[in-house]
Design a protein around this ligand. Structure first.
Ligand code: C2O
Ligand code: CU
Ligand code: CU
Length: 498
């Protein structure tokens, strides 16, 4: 008996320990501490406004110089080493006009290889800045293209496979605004005054001020932080001098969704989604943005009013992504005298949207774990071959309990329906990123009108950056009818030079 008892006890102990461990994991996973900073943020720092990027005209091209480098930032805990573009943290706001030829001169002065991707921009895949267009330390990469899309709030950020989350988190991101040659009338449009960038991010800071890049052992969702920075400012306020102020909201966080509302409960007006102006203004009480999404909203303030932009729980239970958190974001302080603003127009723009009725095929994408259709990202594999000129329906299903946002490069798409229901007005305009909630199916229509290349792929992926880094991404090429993808597709090319 004695001889048997000992191994049996060991087995029992192991089983017991495993059981306790499993229960502990469940408890930690479900009891993730909810962050609540409402009423606790001292809005004592003026909101930083990213400077407008300078440019020069060279042979008919508008050239921008973008230097990626290390810097130091103050997030309220001393010196925080950060990365920035032409500065210590984030990058300048780049403005381009539809119809013009542009060239980005990207110099990497960082100690690591990276890329710079133009999120939402319609351009040749070779210029896209995805994981194939790497820029080695010391190298310069100079993509160029002709801007061919309506006015919109786009953005730029690195896209190095496996390192996107870290590089964006350290500070590489900025706005990329497209203007129409003849701007829409009736919208606030003075940059930094009544037309203001609001880049939303969260940080996890160590006591010594350095950024904590570890999402934590139970955080498969990705990293969430309890310090909100807006345009890099902790505890930001904005002095408002006009009756109407237009805020260009960007969720540039790694993981967390935001459900942005005014503390007063007052409504605001949404005028644009990811890819440009809506057909008509939409009155909303709150706007939910998953990572990568943008919205332009117009807020009306009374003289002397103080309003707080706040993020409440989003309408899914994705606690692990921070969806249950309550966060103070930005204080708006209206002056005692406000410059009158013209009323918003009743109609904003003609929609430039794909026609789902013209679709010639449907593709399905199932998001689960760190894969799409059970395949993790492979830089050497083309997942989908699209024919130039085609309109397609893509059906995206979230097949696990996590929160995912689906982003497609190159095109702006139309959300056709969400679980079979037509999209709400805030999702009815041009989009390049869409939140796909647990068990939801979203159908989108996309038209691939130009920029064929058998050699250079575009990406589609989850914009929860850890999911993307870990493989929730795929590649497609757009080819001419009858053409096959090249055999050396995406092979690293010699496009960056020293
Ligand atoms: Cu915002 Cu593929 O990226
Ligand atoms: Cu993108
Ligand atoms: Cu995801």
């Amino acid at each position: 008996m004695r001889r048997l008892a000992k191994p049996l006890a060991v087995v029992l102990a192991v089983v017991l320990a495993a059981g306790v461990g499993f229960v502990a994991w469940i408890v930690v996973a479900t009891l993730r501490v909810t962050v609540d900073t409402v009423g606790e943020v001292e809005f004592d720092t003026p909101l930083a406004i990213p400077p407008l990027a300078g440019s020069r005209l060279v042979d008919g091209e508008r050239v921008f110089d973008l230097d990626l480098d290390e810097g130091v930032s103050d997030f309220g805990r001393g010196r925080t080493p950060t990365w920035g573009v032409n500065g210590d943290y984030l990058g300048p706001t780049i403005r381009v006009t539809r119809g013009e030829r542009v060239r980005m001169r990207v110099r990497n002065d960082l100690p690591e290889t990276t890329t710079l991707h133009w999120h939402g921009m319609h351009l040749p895949a070779e210029a896209d800045g995805g994981p194939h267009q790497v820029v080695e330390p010391g190298a310069v990469w100079e993509p160029g293209w002709t801007v061919d899309q309506p006015a919109a709030t786009l953005w730029y950020h690195p896209h190095l496979h496996g390192a996107t989350a870290a590089h964006v988190y350290r500070g590489l991101a900025g706005l990329l605004l497209v203007d129409d040659p003849v701007p829409a009338t009736g919208l606030p449009a003075t940059y930094g005054v009544d037309d203001v960038p609001v880049i939303l991010q969260d940080k996890k800071l160590q006591d010594d001020g350095t950024l904590d890049e570890d999402p934590g052992s139970f955080q498969s969702a990705g990293l969430t932080g309890d310090t909100i920075v807006v345009n890099g400012t902790v505890g930001p306020y904005l002095d408002v001098t006009t009756e109407l102020v237009r805020l260009r909201l960007l969720n540039a966080s790694s993981t967390r969704p935001y459900a942005v509302a005014l503390s007063s409960g007052d409504s605001f007006t949404m005028v644009a989604s990811d890819g440009g102006l809506l057909t008509a203004p939409v009155e909303l009480d709150r706007i939910q943005l998953s990572p990568g999404e943008r919205a332009e909203i117009v807020v009306r303030l009374e003289p002397g009013e103080i309003a707080t932009l706040r993020s409440g729980p989003s309408d899914t239970g994705d606690r692990m992504a921070g969806g249950a958190d309550r966060l103070d974001l930005l204080q708006l302080r209206a002056g005692d005298r406000l410059t009158p603003s013209v009323p918003l127009p009743a109609r904003l723009a003609d929609p430039e949207l794909p026609d789902p009725g013209a679709a010639t095929r449907t593709r399905t994408f199932e998001l689960s774990g760190y894969a799409i259709n059970d395949r993790p990202m492979d830089l050497g594999r083309i997942d989908d071959v699209v024919t130039l000129g085609d309109t397609e329906i893509w059906e995206i299903t979230n097949a696990d309990g996590g929160s995912h946002s689906f982003h497609v490069h190159d095109v702006q798409f139309r959300v056709v329906d969400v679980d079979g229901t037509p999209p709400p007005p805030e999702l009815a305009g041009r989009k390049d990123t869409v939140w796909v909630r647990p068990d939801e199916t979203v159908r989108i229509a996309l038209s691939f009108t130009d920029h064929a290349s058998a050699r250079w792929p575009y990406m589609y992926h989850c914009h929860t950056l850890r999911h993307e880094d870990n493989g929730m991404m795929g590649q497609f090429v757009v080819v001419r009818p009858g053409e096959e993808p090249a055999s050396d597709v995406g092979a690293p090319g010699g496009h960056a030079h020293h």
